[in-house]
Design a binder for this molecule. Structure first.
Ligand SMILES: Nc1ncnc2c1ncn2[C@@H]1O[C@H](COP(=O)(O)OP(=O)(O)OP(=O)(O)O)[C@@H](O)[C@H]1O
Ligand SMILES: [Mg+2]
Length: 264
């Protein structure tokens, strides 16, 4: 039993049917995330991170297993987690504030109430001057902030973020990481965060889940013990460097190699 688990994945697997037959993207993956934790998911491209998020969000059904939030089986149900996809998907014909309130409107809130709720956050997070502008007026970092705010303002306590800062330059990325940590503390959400950047995953997380591929599965869970708030210089500490090396070793282990094809 895991009485203190916010999000629980039990034996989740996914096999897609393809022209070449069944393809197992995820195999028997189980994990628990405690309330209010910041957990990163790292793993090679194609190991099933986005597929797992789609399953948690109810957009895909697993071939086996189940998803629980607060002990309730939510497998295949949509709308119970906030989900920011790999692309920011701001609608160009909606103003910045109306993009940010979109999720709340979909959840049934009136646009006026949703705007009233969003406005203080726009100001607080540096988007106040852009409220009535369209997304084309925003920089890459601002777009990501708007998409993140849209996700975080939803009335869900579990948030899935799929590589939200993947396309940003190093300086903007560092600013966005600080911004996300502040907002995570403000909102008290449980966050699962996908990244390809090992340093980013260590800097942000309480825990790192390392996935392997062929088939996609969880190979290791690593706790990040450094106290918060973490100074930027934490990346030079021995414990940080050792964690980074351990993650790199796990990602480079030979079990990620494609299986050899038997000689005919
Ligand atoms: N609808 C689908 N039909 C068939 N195969 C799929 C489908 N969706 C995903 N896959 C396959 O499942 C595997 C996992 O894909 P997924 O997008 O989850 O990987 P990922 O870990 O998010 O990769 P990346 O880091 O590149 O974003 C890939 O091999 C992909 O080709
Ligand atoms: Mg992906």
């Amino acid at each position: 039993m895991y009485p203190n688990s916010k999000l629980r994945l039990v034996d989740v697997s996914k096999t897609f049917s393809t022209v070449n037959g069944g393809f197992t993207a995820l195999s028997s993956l189980s994990m628990d995330v405690s309330p209010g934790r910041f957990v990163s998911l790292i793993g090679p491209s194609g190991c099933g991170k986005s597929t797992l998020f789609n399953i948690i969000a109810g957009l895909e059904t697993p071939s086996t297993g189940r998803i629980e939030i607060d002990g309730e089986n939510l497998t295949g149900l949509i709308g119970r987690v906030g989900y920011m996809l790999q692309k920011d998907l701001l609608l160009p014909w909606r103003t910045v504030i109306d993009n940010i309130v979109l999720g709340m409107e979909i959840q049934g809130m009136s646009r006026k109430d949703a705007r009233d709720k969003a406005r203080p956050y726009l100001k607080r997070y540096g988007l106040g001057d852009f409220e009535t502008q369209f997304p084309s007026a925003l920089s890459g970092g601002m777009r990501q902030r708007a998409a993140l705010l849209r996700t975080l303002l939803l009335d869900n306590d579990v948030i899935l973020l799929d590589e939200p800062f993947g396309a940003l330059d190093a300086q903007t990325k560092a600013q966005m990481q600080e911004w996300l940590l502040n907002i995570w503390e403000d909102f008290g959400k449980t966050v699962v965060f996908v990244t390809h950047d090992i340093e980013e995953s260590i800097y942000l997380s309480d825990e790192i889940c390392v996935m392997g591929t062929r088939p996609g599965r969880l190979i290791e869970r690593i706790s990040v013990p450094m106290a918060r708030p973490r100074p930027r210089s934490v990346v030079t500490q021995t414990s940080f460097v050792e964690l980074k090396q351990r993650c790199m070793d796990l990602l480079n282990e030979p079990h990620h190699e494609p299986p050899r094809v038997a000689a005919e």
